[in-house]
Design a protein around this ligand. Structure first.
Ligand code: GLC
Length: 755
């Protein structure tokens, strides 16, 4: 497609028309100029392709497709290669179904465990979310199909999502809510980005020039098109000027006319319109150039892949007395409706018409395992039915082990609304308690997209978080339970003990249309660690049927200049008796305190997943860029590495660090942006070379009697007392010994030191 030539031939109406969908799912075609329509479709973990009536909430039908594990599950794999492979498969499916852009990945940070859409998102940690997103994008786009990184940005709740304003300071945005998008854009180059419904600090994401142009394009280099979330356009012309190129779904010419009128009246330059049209044409052309119409969508093969992926995502949270893996010769009770009909996906725009679903019960029976089933509860309501519990208790008593399949029913979490609590259904809690009382050798398998409160946790021996593992979750669960697959998932989010413990509890989901992110950067483990709040299961936690050690953590040097990469290596050994995979997590813990900035206790700065045979040792190597040691300085408007000492620690959760070392970073001293008479002595003394200039004046601030009264500790106490005094106090507290001129000379001398 010669885009320049086509642009020159397009009428104003055709250009304006291209900036809005042709229908619910396609871009507009311009047959006269050979521009075809291109289909976009959800996403993210399967094809929700609608050939009839389109909708954005998963209400209307869609084609039979394969439902893969949702983001909550794939992130728990901590396996970038696995997620990339899943992306490749989805990209092939898109080619087979002529879909040019798959609407995903969804990378919004899990600010609160209550967000109804957390099942679709990856993590509370920006690094995990960014790495997963980049891997997914690379996979899909390797098949010459585009992705749509969403929802940009700060769409962290469903409550009033189309009107609320996410209010946060620059540091919170830069350290928590932007980095996943930044990494994905810079490392994987998504063809498109989807803007969020919500406002950010009072400005709709669709109209937010700072986000869509200054940050996304000018700073990060994004070169695709921005598509609105479906129905997110608030005011078409300002949105287009802000960098929001394509309105979806179609507004059937209404907003096209607004654009035409704006250009005609001079309110909108035709150049700005051409920029948006060029971006859209570039992506359509890229898709057409890579078109592979003969690709086959092999649903059964992809179903098998979905099972393999799910088995790598599940997280073994508890395994007392090594109750797992199960002995396949002993009678086991499978209890709970989810054993027969698993909850494997969430509600809303990501809801896939799964071409088949396999349950744990059928897969265990097919394998010939001696399992007996009891339903235990109904899923359409939350009623404790004693007869069903009694039946389950009988089954548990007759079994060697009781496995209860439970979790969140469809109605408890979905796109479109948030949870108001973290409880599981009362009927399920009652069932688990009764079964565990009847047979202490009880295991619980949980389906759900987010943390749940578990009042029974101390009365069960095993706990497997299956998350929303896609249509083949049943087979994957059985593989894990019976040990065909060694579990290797780790939590990409904290499971708090109580809802009230979570950092956003006091401000989520906001008041009216203001959602104040008062917890700032202290999201997830960053908060629980800082406040020393015990949690149910910590970020990064995940057990295996074997055990691993990590030691000899070392760096290439012990001291670094700002900007230098730090090479870190650690030896990981499988000290157990069966093969397994370990997720090696590398955290950075700033050690040098400063009153200029508060830092989290630790931050995950790298991770990798390593397969190890029994007794095998491998060395994991990481390269930490300066950003891994940085925080975002609101005063400087950029990331800063503060000089000082940093501990590097590796472990298999944020709370279980097995090896550590420390390094010195010669970063930036935290000196004040500008030095004036109002600058405090504490800040002045932090400027290299300033102490020699300032100290002679400090002694003038305590006369002899005061000095005598304070005794030998005068100097230390003096400095502590004047630390927060401004320089101008030399005039007020030296009894006239220091003149205004002397004060000015001192000020100039110190400014000279700052360069
Ligand atoms: C929905 C979702 C978005 C989805 C789009 C199309 O409202 O927010 O993730 O891709 O509309 O269904």
């Amino acid at each position: 497609m010669d885009i320049t030539k086509i642009l020159a031939e397009m009428t104003l109406e055709e250009k304006a028309g291209l900036c809005s969908g042709g229908d619910f799912w396609h871009t507009k075609g311009v047959p006269r100029l050979g521009i075809p329509p291109m289909m976009m479709s959800d996403g993210p973990h399967g094809l929700r392709k609608q050939e009839e009536a389109g909708d954005h909430m998963g209400v209307n039908d869609s084609i039979e497709a394969v439902c893969f594990p949702a983001g909550c599950a794939t992130a728990a794999s901590f396996d970038c290669d696995l997620v990339e492979q899943m992306g490749r498969i989805l990209g092939q499916e898109c080619q087979a179904e002529d879909i040019g852009v798959l609407l995903g990945p969804a990378v919004n940070i899990k600010r609160s465990p209550l967000c109804g859409r957390n099942f679709e998102y990856y993590s509370e940690d920006p690094l995990v979310a960014g790495e997963m997103a980049a891997s997914f994008i690379r996979g899909v786009q390797s098949q010459q199909v585009g992705t749509s990184l969403k929802h940009f940005y700060a769409n962290n709740q469903e409550h009033r999502r189309m009107s609320t304003s996410a209010q946060m300071d620059a540091r919170t945005a830069r350290e928590i809510y932007l980095p996943a998008f930044e990494k994905a854009v810079q490392e994987a180059k998504p063809w498109t980005v989807m803007c969020a419904y919500n406002k950010i600090n009072g400005v709709y994401a669709a109209e937010n020039r700072t986000a869509l142009t200054d940050i996304l394009r000018s700073e990060w280099g994004f070169d695709g098109y921005v598509v609105s979330d479906w129905g997110a356009v608030n005011d078409r012309v300002p949105d287009l000027e802000a960098g929001m190129d394509l309105e979806m779904p179609s507004s059937f010419g209404m907003r096209d006319a607004e654009i035409v009128e704006a250009v005609r009246s001079g309110r909108l330059s035709e150049e700005a319109l051409d920029t948006a049209v060029r971006r859209i044409l570039t992506i359509v052309d890229r898709y057409m150039a890579g078109r592979q119409p003969d690709t086959v969508f092999d649903r059964d093969a992809d179903h098998e892949s979905a099972r393999d992926i799910a088995a790598q995502c599940m997280v073994l949270l508890k395994n007392e007395a090594q109750i797992l893996p199960l002995d396949r010769t002993v009678p086991v009770a499978f209890i709970g409706a989810f054993a027969e009909k698993p909850r494997f996906q969430g509600g809303g725009s990501s809801h896939i018409h799964a071409h088949k679903v396999e349950s744990a019960l059928e897969m265990a029976q097919a394998a010939g395992y001696p399992v007996r089933y009891a339903k235990g509860y109904e899923t359409q309501d939350d009623v404790v039915r004693e007869a069903m519990i009694q039946e389950a208790v009988e089954a548990a008593k007759a079994a060697e082990v009781a496995v209860v399949f439970a979790g969140l029913p469809d109605t408890f979490e979905s796109e479109g609304y948030d949870r108001t609590h973290m409880r599981m259904p009362a009927c399920q809690n009652a069932l688990i308690e009764a079964v565990a009382a009847a047979n202490p050798r009880t295991v619980v398998v949980l389906h759900g997209g987010a943390p749940m409160e578990m009042p029974w946790i101390d009365r069960v021996q095993g706990l497997l978080m299956a998350y929303l593992g896609g249509q083949a979750v049943g087979g994957a669960t059985v593989q894990i339970l019976y040990g065909d697959v060694n579990p290797s998932g780790h939590l990409a989010e904290t499971f708090p003990r109580r809802l009230e413990d979570n950092p956003s509890y006091l401000s989520f989901p906001g008041e009216g249309d203001v959602s104040a992110y008062r917890e700032g950067i202290y999201v997830g483990y960053r908060y629980y660690q800082k406040k020393k709040i015990p949690v149910l299961f910590p970020f990064g936690h995940g057990l295996s049927y074997t055990t691993f050690s990590m030691d000899k953590l070392r760096t290439d040097k012990s001291a670094y200049q700002a900007g230098e990469c730090v090479t870190v290596t650690v030896d990981v050994t499988n000290i157990g008796d069966r093969a397994g995979k370990e997720v090696v997590q590398l955290y950075v813990l700033p050690q040098t305190q400063s009153d200029q900035v508060q830092r989290p206790v630790s931050e995950l700065r790298a991770f990798t997943k390593i397969a190890l045979a029994p007794g095998e040792t491998k060395t994991a190597t990481f390269s930490l860029p300066a950003r891994a040691f940085s925080y975002y300085s609101q005063q400087k408007g950029r990331f800063v590495v503060a000089s000082g000492s940093y501990t590097l620690a590796c472990g298999d959760s944020c709370e279980h660090l097995m090896a550590e070392t420390s390094v010195e970073m010669a970063g930036e001293t935290m000196q004040p942006e500008q030095v004036t008479l109002d600058t405090t002595f504490g800040d002045l003394l932090a400027i290299p070379g300033a102490r020699e200039l300032v100290t002679p004046y400090l002694s003038l601030m305590a006369d002899d009697s005061e000095a005598d009264a304070m005794g030998e500790s005068t100097a230390g106490m003096m400095e502590a007392m004047i630390r927060y005094m401004p320089l101008r106090n030399l005039l007020a507290f030296t009894g006239g010994k220091v003149t205004a001129e002397q004060c000015q000379v001192l000020l100039e001398s110190i400014r000279a030191l700052c360069g």
